[in-house]
Structure formats: C-alpha cells, structure tokens
Design a protein around this ligand. Structure first.
Ligand code: SER
Length: 636
C-alpha cells in the first residue's frame, strides 16, 4: 500500500476518472438548497439528484467526478471511536445513464489495486442478494451480474458476500428519489475474526468499508415502492478519511495526517502529550481498528481515564472540523441557533466546548482550531479562508455565551455540593439538578460529571420527572403557544414527543396492533422508541412508517389535549402504556384521527411544527423488543 496524503488521494482519484472520460466538477455546498428532507448534504449524490433522475442534462456531460463535503450527524454518539466522523469528504464518480456495472466495478478494482496499491487479497466485497419472488410484486433480483464481474477480476467466491437490502442498497437521499443495489468494498485489516459469522458489514472492525458503487436503476416513489427508473446510473462514494487511514495503516482516522495538526493543537492547548489508542467497542459502520491503551499525562484533567481523554480530544477535533466547514460554507445560512440545522451546529460547538473544559482548555480554543482547520484545507476549499472572519465571530460569540452559562452553572453547582457535604448527604436531588439546568442552563451531564468527581451521585430519574412536570407547566401557562424564553432543548424535545406519538401510530398501521410501545426516551438529538416486535423490520416497513409520519407532518394536523379518566380515554380507543400507573385525571392527546394517547406531554399544537421525520436506526433492544432511533428535521 502507498502512504498517500488526502491531497494526493483526491488528486489521484480525480485524474484517474478524468482519464476514463469523466469531467471534474466542483463539489456542492454542505447546506442543501430548498430541501426540507435533509439538514445537510449527506452524500455526493444528493446535489446530483435531478440529473440522476433524468430531469435535466448535466452541462458537464454524462461522466462526472468530484469531491463532496458531507455532514452526517446520525451517529454523533459514536464519534470518538476509530472511524465515525460527523464530517467527511467523499470522492465520487458518476455515470448519468452512461456506463454501468462492468466499467464501474472494473475501474474501482483498477484504482484500488494499481493506483492505491491495495493487495487484491485484502479486498472483500458485498453485493445485493435480491428480495421477493420472481413474478410477484416487490421482486428485486439478486445482483449476480456484479458477482460475475468481481469474479472475472479475480475476487474468489469466498470473498464475495451476498447481503440483504439493509446492507447493500443505497438511497434515496430524501424520502423519494433514485436508488438501487450497491456493491461495497471492504479492506481486511488482517485482524482475527470476531466469530464464525464474521464478515464485511459485521462491524467488529476487521473489515472496513472504504468504497461503495451504487447502481441506480430504481426510483422510490411517493408510495414507497421501488419502480424501475428507466435509466442506469452509477453513483460511487469513497471516503477520504477512511481510505487514508487504511492506506497508512493508522489505527484510527484521527491518527492520519488529516487530523494530525488538529489533534496536535488540541494537545498543545490542553497541555497533553500525543497519543494513539483505541476508544470504545464495536459499532455500526465504523469500528475500532485497534484495541490498546496508552497512558496519558492527565494530571490536570478532571477526566481520569486515558480513554476518556482520548475520546474527548477526538470529539473536539471532529466537531470543530464540522462546525468550521458549516460556518465557512459559501451559503452562510447556518448559524448557531435553536432549530433544525442551526441547532445541530450549536450542539456541535457546545459539545466541543464542554469536552474542551474537561480537558482544561481555556476560552478561545474554537477560533484557534478553526484557524488550524482553515490552514489545513483552504487550498482545497477556498471558502474556508474567504469566510474565516465571519466564522471566527460566530464561534467566539457562541463559545462566550455557552462558557458564561457554564461558569454560572458551575458556581451554583459548587454551592449545592458544599451544602450537601455540610449536611453529610451524598446525592443531588433531581429537583436541584433540574434547577441547575433550567435556571442556569447547566447541562445534566455536567452536573453528573462534577458530582462524580466530588464523590456524589445525581438522582437522574428525579431530574426526568422534574423536567416532565416543568414542560407540562410551560405548556399550560403559555396557552398553547411557545414562548421564546423556553430552554432551547425543551422546544426540540416537545417536537420529539409529538413525533413519538406519530411513530407509534404509524407502527400500528404498518405492523399491526401488536407493535406496542415498551418505552421511550427523548433527548434533544433524537427520539428512541422501544416496541414489541419479534424480528427486524424490513426496509419497506421502515420506509412505509417514515412515509406515513412525514405525510401526517405535511398535513398539518392539530394536536389537542383534554383531561379525562383512564377508563374514558381507553373507551375512546386511546393508547396507553400497558401496566403504567396513572392518576385519576390524565391528559389525553389527540392528533386528528391519527393518534390518541394518554401522555404527560408536552406536545406541539400542530404536526407541521415537526418539519420532517427520519428513522436513523432500527435494532434489537431485547428479546422480542425492537428499538427505533429517529430524528426530526427543521421546520421546513
Ligand atoms: N451514495 C453512496 C454513499 O454515500 C455512494 O456514493 O455511500
């Protein structure tokens, strides 16, 4: 393998595809235009959808190649492991109804082996195994054509894996649009198999996906059906960070030359030595490449564990890179704020600030890191330099604002802790933790972190309870309309509450009445919903649920609330948590004829306020119980 820099890789890739008749086109903005279904550009295909659909001809022809800035925050909790990032660059080559599988796969193989120097035996590939029965509705054949092409290139049967739609299907970017089966290329890191079923896509970290060739032959229509597109497009995406990581043999993406100056700056600011260890355990799509542990100089840090320090550094590096690219985007339309994309940006910056404080990094670091990121990238993305001044101002303001909040909160926390100790107590009550959060904007996680350091515990359940009561109250006193003074979190959380009811109703419609709620948990980033169901949902079922929820959102249905008794509510057909204890009077929330649920609330007044809805994960929670994680978009 060659040890290329990201600059060399981009250059090599674009030149290679230019030599195959492609025109190099500029990548698009990370902020999508007029599209409420996504907050950010998540893949290279996204800006090209009209051309892939054949709605218009691309001025640069039918063979295109580019580098696309992508932002994906669905896996934000996984950031800090070996391969997850909220921002990444994607190299792409495109056939707009021009060449198809044979050329796409052969060129991928040629580029990987002859130009990047991967050994053919390191390569493992997955292909779509098909679904349904021939002649029946919904039948999509297996991609045996791709299998044959891989074999003709010398990839043996045992390194070709036929997987279901869950693994080997891409798209569409929004709820409808072009999509199709794909073939994904994985590098075998040479690690031990995690078990007898270890294979590409099992996420244990042995196989790392670096490239995906999508054959866009289908369109997902309004009814959620896959209909032939009447065109044969190719959309490929190669991740720059992961490829560089695999080529250099670095244990994680943060140990590549891409992140080197950013990590070095963080270490300098924190007064820490450099390090290279693995964090976390296996996770979807990207998994640890190495599992070792190195000691760090953490004398000044409230984080005791070296893994925690490492994770904090990575989160800061990742989040600040993403924030810098968003703030410097030529569109300039996303600023730290409380709704949609603005809120995502705020969370990224604030999360970085929190982790920086834990590492003892002082105020002003966001701008310093943005400068390093700008230095590293502006020759490729001149917008970074052009918009750095504005980015600086925005970062400074947000960091100051949040630090002031945290300072005040910390001071209050200290008083609380002193009082407790004075009285020989060791637990911070939920009410107090909530007061710190609600009155001083001090995040619960910070209270917990500081309490842990002081040998105290925090009543988290009590916090949730206080939070719920407060939201109920705010809801009532604001007479159905939100006041600007509410905590930024609570507005999002309220919208998530309503989204949860719609999701529950949609699951009943799609899976039937046995898909019953087992529990739910809402944060400002996502909603989580557990329900009884014996097997993984199919891709169609998920698509159908998403579609229904989005339709209800679009319909702008009013949400009403009344006080009643459990019996009366049940008599009206209301859903309730089986086995839950309710008081004499309960709130019954009704969303048109879509949903009726007993719930403490709070809820929005109209479903339109949710913007859009997307399932980001569907996984097993426990035996017979599935878990959905979903997000809502902007206000559209
Ligand atoms: N759209 C596909 C992906 O993002 C290939 O570019 O993986």
């Amino acid at each position: 393998m060659k040890n290329l820099t990201a600059d060399e890789l981009r250059d090599k890739y674009l030149k290679f595809f230019e030599s195959k008749g492609h025109t190099i086109i500029p990548g698009a903005s990370v902020i999508p235009e007029n599209d409420p279904t996504v907050l950010f550009t998540t893949a290279g295909m996204h800006p090209l959808v009209p051309y892939l659909m054949g709605a218009m001809e691309h001025p640069a022809g039918t063979r295109l190649t580019d580098v696309q800035k992508c932002v994906r925050t669905g896996d934000i909790d996984e950031v800090g492991d070996a391969a997850h990032l909220t921002f990444f660059e994607m190299l792409g080559n495109w056939s707009l109804n021009d060449y198809f599988k044979k050329e796409a796969i052969s060129w991928s193989y040629e580029f990987l082996t002859e130009h990047l120097g991967f050994k053919p035996e390191q390569l493992n590939v997955t292909v779509f195994r098909g679904e349904g029965k021939e002649g029946e509705d919904g039948y999509i054949p297996a991609d045996e054509e791709a299998v044959e092409i891989w074999k003709s290139l010398g990839i043996p049967e045992e390194r070709i894996f036929r997987l279901p739609r869950e693994d080997n299907w891409w798209g569409p970017a929004g709820t409808t649009g072009p999509c199709g089966p794909d073939t994904e290329m994985f590098i075998d890191t040479g690690k031990e198999k995690c078990g007898p079923d270890c294979r590409p896509g099992c996420h244990c970290g042995k196989y790392i996906e670096i490239w995906n060739d999508v054959f866009m032959q289908y369109n997902k229509n309004e009814e959620g059906k896959f209909v032939p597109l009447g065109r044969h497009n190719v959309d490929t995406g190669m991740g720059v960070e992961r490829t560089i990581c695999m080529m250099s043999g670095a244990p994680t993406v943060y140990d590549t030359e891409i992140f080197a100056p950013i990590m070095a700056k963080i270490e300098e600011l924190a007064g820490l030595g450099s390090s290279s260890v693995e964090v976390g355990s296996g996770s979807e799509k990207g998994a640890p490449l190495n599992a070792s542990d190195l000691p760090l100089n953490d004398a000044n840090s409230p984080l005791k564990d070296s893994n925690e320090i490492l994770r904090a550094k990575r989160i800061i590096a990742d989040h600040m890179r993403t924030a810098t690219f968003i703030l410097c985007d030529p569109k300039g339309s996303v600023k730290p704020g409380n709704i949609g994309a603005n809120y995502v940006l705020r969370r990224l910056i604030r999360r970085a600030v929190r982790y920086a404080r834990m590492l003892g990094i002082g105020e002003g670091f966001t701008v310093k890191l943005a400068e390093v990121i700008c230095d590293k990238y502006s020759h490729v993305y001149p917008e970074l330099k052009a918009n750095l001044e504005q980015c600086r101002l925005d970062l400074e303001a947000e960091e100051k604002r949040f630090n002031a909040t945290l300072d005040k909160g910390e001071a209050m926390y200290k008083k609380v802790a002193e009082q407790l100790k004075l009285h020989g107590q060791s637990q911070i009550s939920g009410k107090t933790a909530f007061k710190l959060y609600d009155t001083f904007g001090f995040p619960l996680e910070m209270t917990i972190e500081m309490a842990t350091k002081d040998g105290l515990t925090v009543d988290k359940e009590g916090f949730d309870e206080a939070n719920r009561k407060h939201q109920e109250l705010s809801r009532t006193t604001s007479a159905g309309s939100f006041k600007a003074g509410l905590q930024d979190n609570s507005e999002v959380v309220t919208r998530m509450h309503t989204a949860t009811h719609l999701l529950h109703a949609a699951l009943h419609k799609v899976l039937g009445p046995t898909a019953n709620q087992k529990g739910s948990n809402i944060t400002a980033e996502r909603l989580r919903f557990d329900f009884t169901w014996p097997e993984p949902m199919t891709a169609e079922q998920k698509a159908e649920v998403e579609k229904l929820v989005n339709e209800w959102i679009q319909q702008g249905i009013d949400v009403s609330k009344k006080m009643t008794t459990v019996e009366e509510a049940k008599a009206e057909g209301a859903m309730a948590l089986f086995g839950a204890k309710y008081g004499d009077q309960v709130s019954l929330y009704t969303i048109g004829d879509v949903s009726k649920e007993i719930c403490c609330g709070p809820h929005v007044t109209n479903t339109k306020e949710l913007g859009s809805f997307k399932i980001v994960k569907e996984q097993s929670s426990s035996a017979g119980v599935r878990r959905i994680k979903a997000v809502i978009g902007n206000m559209g």
